[in-house]
Design a protein around this ligand. Structure first.
Ligand SMILES: [Zn+2]
Ligand SMILES: [Zn+2]
Length: 250
């Protein structure tokens, strides 16, 4: 049985009609719109309008100033558009080669799950190694990664992409984070599998930088990283538990 077997004919006719390079670029941009920009803008509007019902869900309780909010949104959007432009430039120069597997045959469920888990595990390993390097190398931290940490703890959802453009390309988008792009290329994962993973990772990043929680006891591990940068260096807890850098306390 094919991955999304009902979707196979529609996907095939899309590939007959449009160029794989255009499909790749559009798919990546769409996943960033869905995973980053739309949820980011929802939190941005909450922080801008500060409705009374949203206040009890915010931790820390203070809303960011409008100046800080615009700074985050401007930088994150600039990083996103730079990624789109560079990806487009690559596809244009490398034409007809694409960066991802844009195959008319969708993978089987088994293959799709294998690719998803493989890209996730390898990506998480790379995320941890690069993030730790960004913190342990003084030059890299001061010149690049400290900009993201200068935002404080969870100022607004879109601050997930606030930072140096190099930081953005390593952890967020070129068009995917380098830490996801490399596993996707190495494992030859289908573009739809990679983008499904990417959307979930983006939403999780936006929520964990938003300052909003959905339950009284909710603690996002990344909050603790912004408070104590030697802890919680992975995007998820797995690598931190393995290398003894995990903390659940805030
Ligand atoms: Zn962060
Ligand atoms: Zn960090």
């Amino acid at each position: 049985m094919n991955f999304f077997s009902d979707f196979q004919p529609a996907w095939q006719s899309l590939l007959l009609e449009y160029d794989p390079s255009l499909i790749e670029w559009t798919t990546v941009c769409t996943s960033q719109l869905v995973g980053f920009l739309v949820p980011g803008l929802v939190f941005f509007l909450l922080d801008l309008l500060q409705p009374a019902w949203a206040r009890p869900w915010r931790k820390p309780a203070q809303f960011p100033t409008h100046l800080k909010l615009w700074k985050m949104v401007r930088c994150s959007t600039k990083n996103m558009l730079t990624g789109w432009a560079l990806h487009g430039l690559y596809l244009w120069c490398a034409y007809p080669r694409t960066l991802f597997v844009v195959d008319s045959q969708l993978p089987t469920w088994k293959a799709a799950v294998g690719q998803y888990i493989g890209v996730f595990l390898l990506g998480e390993g790379l995320f941890y190694v690069f993030h730790r390097m960004m913190h342990e190398n003084r030059w890299l931290y001061l010149k690049i990664h400290s900009i993201h940490h200068g935002t404080g703890v969870a100022p607004t959802g879109m601050s997930v992409w606030y930072g140096h453009v190099v930081d953005h390309f390593v952890f967020n988008g070129l068009p995917l984070a380098l830490v996801t792009l490399v596993p996707a290329i190495v494992l030859q994962a289908h573009i739809l599998v990679v983008e499904a993973l990417s959307i979930l990772a983006l939403i999780s990043g936006v929520v964990s930088h938003s300052g909003y929680y959905y339950r009284d006891k909710t603690v996002y591990d990344h909050w603790a990283h912004h408070e104590n940068s030697s802890k919680n260096l992975g995007a998820y807890a797995m690598m931190d538990v393995l290398f003894d850098s995990y903390t659940a306390s805030r």
